[in-house]
Design a protein around this ligand. Structure first.
Ligand code: NDP
Ligand code: MG
Length: 396
């Protein structure tokens, strides 16, 4: 058949749901071959009943028997798998054309790389995977001939604004002077700095413009998300740190811009809705309906821009410094941040301590060469240990 087969890694999350929403609009084009979750068996089963995939994967092995029971009760006949092996299996199935990489955090790295190595069309939401091992990741893409398409709205916007013949890393020959990476500033753009210590997890997760998973919501509040995106942009487009300027744009209508030598600036705009970049990647280079409300310029009250202040967003400075320091620093930063955000979300540390732990870990990790995925994983676990030591001190 002419159907395009898709695996969705992280199907039960926010990006997973938005992907399925777009797929639902085009049953004549897309077929869901495999879905994964970490532990949310009920959600995975309910998705399976609607989309009838051939495979279901539960990443946490301890939920496998629950998945078996509930899948039988629901009358499903999908093949059931678990663990990293299961994730890697559905990432490289022969019949699958595209893989949506929408697992959150470092857990997505190996399955995403597996899809890359299998030469799939890889739609990358899982920015942490690229931050952890940018050069190895991009080398793997080039070696396998995989097609890497950015789901992150800013990177998708940049991708749309680049010239068609853009040569990786060749900004100046493409006539580009700068990449303008926009960010809303999150929920605490105007909150008095002296009240940051009383920020609760629910306040941090209440983003004014985007409805997202809890980890990326906290990252948006600290602007670690923009820091990760700065590093992500470097690797996706082959940029130097000086080529990227971060601009705050609280309304999240412009999703990023490319400035050309002749003074032209191309921007990609749209309502803040992840179904737009998802539909763009799914259909690329064609265009399809995403079910998104169109922009109405006449109703726009504010359309403004400002500078991102490092005092309000110390994580941003740490991330830019780490980007300049090299791979060991960005791998360490990502690992520390995952530990710190989890500790904040479970009430063990305050909001301000996320940035403090991140900074301390990056400063204490020794510069080292990263030559393999094993090196990446070893450094990731070393940085997590160091972050946990700082956590224990902070909680004592
Ligand atoms: P969610 O928390 O909503 O979803 C995460 C998904 O990953 C769920 O399916 C979850 O399963 C699964 N998962 C969690 N932990 C693991 C693990 N250890 N092993 C395997 N699977 C796991 O996150 P989002 O959808 O918001 O974000 C996903 C990725 O996309 C992140 O990297 C984020 O930075 C990126 N992104 C998200 C955007 C958004 O608007 N949400 C925008 C741009 C990028 P379960 O449900 O069972 O826990
Ligand atoms: Mg983004």
């Amino acid at each position: 058949s002419d159907l395009h087969n898709i695996t969705i890694l992280g199907a039960t999350g926010s990006i997973g749901q938005s992907t399925l929403d777009v797929v639902s609009l085009h049953p004549d084009k897309y077929n869901v071959t495999a879905l994964s979750a970490h532990s949310n068996v009920d959600k995975l089963i309910s998705l399976a009943l609607v989309y009838q995939p051939d495979f279901l994967v539960i990443a946490d092995d301890s939920y496998y028997s629950e998945l078996q029971q509930k899948s039988a009760q629901a009358g499903l006949s999908c093949e059931l798998l678990s663990g990293n092996e299961g994730l890697c299996h559905i990432a490289q199935l022969d019949e699958v054309h595209s893989v949506m990489a929408a697992i959150v955090g470092a857990a997505g790295l190996i399955p995403t790389l597996t899809a890359v190595n299998a030469g799939k069309k890889v739609m990358l939401a899982n920015k942490e995977a690229l931050v952890m091992c940018g050069e190895l990741f991009i080398n793997a893409v080039n070696k396998s001939g995989a097609q890497l398409l950015p789901i992150d709205s800013e990177h998708n916007a940049i991708f749309q604004c680049l010239p068609e013949n853009y040569q990786y890393g060749d900004l100046h020959r493409s006539g580009i002077s700068k990449i303008l990476l926009t960010g809303s500033g999150g929920p605490f753009l105007t909150r008095p700095l002296d009240s940051f210590s009383s920020i609760t997890p629910d306040q941090a997760c209440a983003h004014p413009n985007w409805d997202m998973g809890r980890k990326i919501s906290v990252d948006s509040a600290t602007m670690m998300n923009k820091g990760l995106e700065f590093i992500e942009a470097k690797w996706l487009f082959g940029l130097g740190c000086d080529d990227i300027q971060i601009v705050l744009h609280p309304q999240s209508i412009i999703h990023s811009m490319v400035q050309y030598a002749d003074g032209s600036v191309l921007a990609q705009m749209g309502n803040p809705d992840m179904r737009t970049p998802i539909a763009h990647c799914l259909a690329y280079p064609k265009r399809i309906d995403a079910g998104v409300k169109p922009l109405n310029f006449v109703d726009m009250v504010d359309f403004s821009f400002q500078v991102a202040d490092f005092e309000r967003y110390p994580n941003l400075r740490t991330a830019i410094d780490a980007c300049a320091a090299g791979q060991y620093a960005t791998t360490s930063l990502n690992a520390a941040n995952e530990i710190a955000v989890e500790a904040f979300l479970s009430g063990h540390i305050g909001f301000n301590q996320i940035a403090t732990i991140n900074r301390n870990v990056v400063e204490q990790i020794q510069a080292t060469q990263i030559n393999s995925i094993d090196d990446v994983l070893a450094l990731d676990s070393q940085a997590r240990d160091l972050a946990r030591q700082h956590l224990r001190k902070a909680c004592a």
